[in-house]
Design a protein around this ligand. Structure first.
Ligand SMILES: Nc1ncnc2c1ncn2[C@@H]1O[C@H](COP(=O)(O)OP(=O)(O)OP(=O)(O)O)[C@@H](O)[C@H]1O
Ligand SMILES: [Mg+2]
Length: 251
């Protein structure tokens, strides 16, 4: 089942002077199915963050529209879009965005507290996710007292706690060392498999991308390549490296 469909997306950050404007995204079409675990790759400035922001309703396309489960989110007003995002999306950021004055568990619980859910339900959900991501033991610590990888996994719990249809992550391993990044990706992969949640992430890291089931490469505002992992991560990593080499090269 298709969960995300982007039709002819154009994004133009024209400033005051339109003559200097350039399409960052230039007529891009994408279809993402339920349960897919997709990475978006491309050089710095190629528009990965721009695309994630458009898909997740943070930003609007200049032209084109984004359908999430058949609903055209580009047509919603700001208030409707905010509600739709809260109900359907989970977000993970490069710098975790955890509140330092709350414990990891309190941070993760926040979206359910805001929803006004019962204490017992919140505790049950937090415990389930903290066990799944193997941070149950450090759940009562504050963000500054745990490793970067543990912080990112707590941020991941916060993103998942509302049972979102889609999780968007912009460079989720960007602040992690390579060991923590691999660990994070293997947990995300597990969650994608167990919970069948659709995950869309932007990354520079070919190793991180190799944990995904699909990688979409963007260049010059459009899709340069779209490849699938046939359950062989090592092979898939080589395929990703090949695509990056071709994309960066002259030919
Ligand atoms: N708010 C904005 N106003 C004007 N230009 C912008 C704005 N946001 C992004 N851009 C430009 O759009 C292009 C794409 O930016 P974007 O942040 O999407 O790239 P990216 O692929 O995520 O890069 P990185 O890998 O460095 O995170 C860049 O040239 C950037 O300078
Ligand atoms: Mg970016």
């Amino acid at each position: 089942m298709e969960v995300l469909k982007a039709n002819n997306i154009v994004k133009n950050y024209s400033g005051l002077f339109n003559y200097s404007s350039k399409n960052i995204i230039n007529g891009l079409n994408i279809s993402i199915n339920q349960g897919e675990f997709t990475a978006i790759m491309g050089s710095s400035g190629s528009g990965k963050t721009t695309l994630l922001n458009i898909f997740s309703g943070v930003d609007r396309p200049t032209i084109g529209d984004v359908e999430i489960m058949g609903r055209n989110i580009s047509k919603l007003n700001d208030n409707e879009r905010a509600i739709f995002r809260r109900e359907n999306f989970g977000m993970i950021f490069q710098n975790f965005n955890l509140l330092d004055d709350l414990t990891l568990k309190e941070n993760a619980a926040l979206p359910l507290v805001i929803q006004g859910q019962k204490k017992e339900y919140i505790e049950e959900k937090v415990d389930e996710l903290f066990k799944l991501l193997n941070i149950y033991e450090v759940g009562d610590k504050y963000p500054t007292g745990v490793s970067q990888g543990q912080r990112q996994r707590a941020a991941c719990c916060r993103a998942l706690i509302t049972n979102p249809k889609i999780v968007f992550a912009d460079e989720p391993t960007g602040n992690l060392d390579s060991k923590a990044a691999k660990k994070f990706m293997s947990y995300i992969k597990l969650i994608n498999k167990n919970k069948k949640v659709t995950i869309l992430l932007a990354t520079h890291d070919s190793v991180a991308a190799s944990y995904c089931s699909r990688v979409i490469f963007i260049k010059d505002g459009t899709i340069f390549a779209d490849i699938y992992n046939n359950n062989n991560d090592k092979n898939f990593h080589n395929k990703i490296l090949d695509c990056l080499a071709i994309m960066g090269g002259e030919n």
